[in-house]
Design a protein around this ligand. Structure first.
Ligand code: BEZ
Ligand code: FE
Length: 288
């Protein structure tokens, strides 16, 4: 077909993709093309804007490698990751809600023993003790559960962003006991800015948005027969809870980090001096 109108062009493109053999791919492409064309018409995209967009996406890909995922960061900043997470939620009543994975997850982090700290550097940071159980939605213990955690250090950087940190600092996974109990040690997380030295930083500056995430630690909780839970635990005292740059806060994931000055409690948990304490159960959704 030649000499098409704007609307005919969209129809012709859709037609050209209509015999995509995989039914789901066919549905996704059809919708993507319709929405992309509608967007271009809606804003009357100019050729200069189109090339600026192409160059932006090219830089986003070029800056990405196995330690930096600017594509995920872009998706996070546009609220797409949070939206996909909302659509896939569907947890059982009473189960812990999920939220975004983020770009700083590193598969294959080391195992940590019961009560071992994931803080690998020297320092007199006040420890954070996290204890609780992994249960099902009826409060029954979930056997053979693992809990993987990762977070930024006190300087607001993940180990993979900061060569001064030991490898695997503030990340690792714990086995829960047969009764679901776990004991993890770390430090209290801080709020931190997402990386702004790449294309996503350009986007934030161009749109006058701040780059901060509220203080949180990440967790992935897995157990046979249960849906894998990817979530965060947020610090209730943080000032960015209502303006998270990546839109990932859910009220049910906000926790109180309590100061514990009791020497007996410190001895019980194997820490020296006063510590932060977070009592938290992870409640998993059973697979059908
Ligand atoms: C994170 O919490 O690690 C994160 C999530 C989304 C974007 C940037 C960072
Ligand atoms: Fe994070």
């Amino acid at each position: 077909m030649r000499n098409m109108t704007e609307t005919e062009l969209t129809e012709v493109v859709l037609e050209r993709y209509a015999s995509t053999p995989d039914a789901r791919l066919c549905t996704v492409l059809n919708s993507l093309i319709r929405h992309l064309h509608a967007f271009v018409r809606d804003v009357r995209l100019t050729e200069a804007e189109w090339i600026a967009g192409i160059e932006f996406l090219t830089r986003t890909g070029q800056i990405s490698d196995n330690k930096r995922q600017e594509m995920i960061l872009l998706s996070d900043n546009l609220g797409v990751s949070a939206l996909v997470n909302m659509l896939s939620a569907g947890v059982e009543e009473g189960a812990t809600e999920s939220t975004v994975l983020g770009p700083f997850y590193v598969p294959g982090s080391p195992e940590r023993q019961w009560g071992e700290s994931v803080l690998l550097r020297e320092g007199d940071d006040t420890p954070l003790v996290i204890h609780g159980r992994v249960t099902d939605a009826n409060g029954e213990p979930v056997p053979d559960a693992t809990i993987e955690i990762w977070q930024t250090d006190a300087n607001g950087m993940y180990d993979i962003q900061d060569t001064s940190q030991p490898e695997d600092n503030l990340r690792g996974w714990y086995r829960a006991r047969p009764d679901g109990a776990f004991l993890m040690k770390t430090i209290r997380p801080t709020s931190y800015p997402i990386p702004t030295d790449g294309p996503v930083g350009e986007l934030l500056r161009a749109t006058a948005r701040h780059p901060f995430r509220p203080a949180h630690l990440h967790a992935i909780v897995s157990a046979p027969g249960f849906r894998k839970l990817t979530t965060h635990l947020f610090d209730a005292e943080d000032t960015y809870l209502d303006s998270d740059v990546v839109f990932a806060v859910k009220s049910s994931l906000i926790r109180e980090f309590r100061r514990n000055d009791s020497p007996d409690a410190a001895e019980q948990f194997g820490v020296r001096g006063p510590f932060w304490e977070l009592a938290n159960d992870f409640v998993l959704t059973r697979l059908e």
